[in-house]
Design a binder for this molecule. Structure first.
Ligand code: GLU
Length: 464
């Protein structure tokens, strides 16, 4: 079997969104699983809607997701001479012809057909005229008038199309630009793509593309059409369903691993397993297990999976993802080891990196600002003596570990007769500014003796 070569050909007319990303991931996973190659190509023949900032944004999103390519990125706009060459082949072999039917005539015929209750299609006026190339002429593909074209789809099985339904499609517009179906086929041929996985919104294009492969004399690639991603109302996923761009999930504090895991599971399964690392996906991915029904996008499930990935990751892995979120709060981390220790206390409590950044601010600020309600309730004169006693005990503590800190608190409870909460809550407010944080001993160990003592002193001063 030849090396698998897959591709992802986005049109740079928008950001990379959930559905497109899933298609990219499927093709990438298949290439990685089969030790094949993955090609990236921008379909930018629509000069009006294609934009460089969308190209950049799609590239950034792919890189962030961890999808790397072995070849490309290609740009269709730079390949017009190649399309021209293949167009000439079709003209030379009689598989294509010039058509000079005016838009008005075509529109009128289309309207009349619809009024008769027929499916509008090109009536073949120029098909056998043998017209030469003229200003304003388009090139049409001479599609067979009889027979059927079968798409042997690895996901959907055999899908047959009656050739009578496939009219002579335009392959080159009057301005010389190639149309989608033609450019895609020429690209996939010349880029040696042998496996095409894409959304099933393209299934109707596939018989036309197969006919073009045959006319050009090239083998038809393997096709697989994946059911669409739908919103909870079973309508095509759109802005109405919330954020749909990959960039928006990045900004909201999702881990790329979680998003990839979620998107793959949205159309593929491996038993009941929900949580996958990227390595596992590469190892287990196969076309056979792509599902036959639409995937329903569920933001809550994605969030839950993100939490799981945050929990399962090493702090070292999370650190570079967290830093940009801390930077939004003007925190520049200088001590990576300290950051990792802080992260390890927050992993079980954070659904997103944004949560984690907010929850970790107290580790990094020079001065704690107390939440008003917390200070009013817990930083009162009656706690002064306790805080002073704690400060004194910590001063003589040889090692500053969770274990030894726990012992200090046990001693304190015995000596003062206070419950753990009555000591821990004021200390928590002193150290973090609020009443919610990871475990008190955990945060004390991470903060370390210097920070803890200076924050306790600051709280004592504040109360006085
Ligand atoms: N540019 C097309 C799209 O974004 C690619 C379709 C294909 O995979 O052939 O939908």
């Amino acid at each position: 079997m030849k090396k698998v070569r897959t591709r992802f050909p986005p049109s740079p007319t928008g950001h990379l969104h959930i559905g497109g990303a899933r298609t990219a991931i499927f093709n990438w996973l298949l290439a990685r699983h089969e030790k094949g190659e993955f090609v990236l190509r921008f379909e930018d023949t629509d000069r009006v809607r294609s934009r460089q900032d969308f190209v950049d944004s799609i590239l950034q999103s792919l890189e962030w997701l961890g999808i790397d390519w072995d070849d490309g990125p290609y740009f269709q706009s730079e390949r017009y001479s190649i399309y021209e060459e293949y167009l000439q082949k079709l003209l030379d072999t009689g598989h294509a012809y010039y058509c000079t039917c005016s838009q008005e005539t075509l529109n009128a015929k289309r309207k009349a057909a619809m009024e008769r209750g027929e499916k509008p299609k090109y009536d073949g006026t120029c098909r056998d005229k043998g017209l030469p190339k003229t200003e304003g002429a388009v090139v049409r593909f001479r599609s067979p008038l009889t027979g059927i074209t079968v798409v042997n789809d690895v996901i959907k099985g055999m899908v047959s199309f009656d050739n009578r339904e496939l009219d002579d499609l335009i392959i080159q517009r009057s301005d010389g630009s190639p149309t989608y179906n033609f450019a895609v086929v020429v690209d996939d041929i010349t880029m040696k793509i042998n496996t095409i996985i894409r959304g099933d919104d393209h299934l109707n294009n596939t018989p036309r593309q197969i006919l073009l492969y045959k006319a050009l004399g090239y083998p038809v690639p393997v096709f697989g059409h994946v059911p669409m991603v739908l919103g909870s109302d079973r309508k095509r996923l759109s802005k109405r369903h919330g954020a749909t761009s990959i960039a928006a999930y990045k900004e909201a504090g999702y881990l790329p691993q979680a998003l990839v895991n979620y998107l793959v599971r949205l159309g593929w399964s491996h038993g009941d397993q929900e949580f996958f690392t990227i390595e596992e996906l590469v190892e287990k991915f196969s076309l056979e297990n792509i599902g036959h029904s639409a995937g329903i996008f569920n933001p809550e499930k994605l969030l839950a999976l993100n939490k799981e990935h945050i929990m399962a990751s090493d702090p070292q892995t999370l650190a570079p993802y967290l830093k940009p979120f801390l930077a939004q709060y003007r925190i520049k981390v200088t001590d990576d080891a300290y950051l990792c220790r802080a992260i390890s206390t927050l992993q079980t409590r954070s659904k997103t990196l944004l949560d984690m950044a907010k929850g970790s601010l107290f580790y990094f600020v020079d001065h704690i600002t107390y939440e008003e309600k917390a200070a009013r309730k817990f930083l009162q004169p009656d706690i002064l003596a306790t805080l002073e006693l704690l400060l004194q005990k910590l001063g003589t503590l040889p090692d500053f570990t969770e274990e030894s800190l726990k012992n200090v608190f046990t001693d304190m409870m015995e000596e003062t007769g206070l419950k753990l909460g009555s000591i821990a809550q004021p200390v928590r407010v002193a150290l973090t500014g609020g009443t919610v944080s990871p475990g008190i001993f955990e945060i004390m160990e991470v903060l370390g003796k210097k920070r803890v003592t200076s924050r306790l002193k600051a709280a004592i001063d504040y109360i006085r």
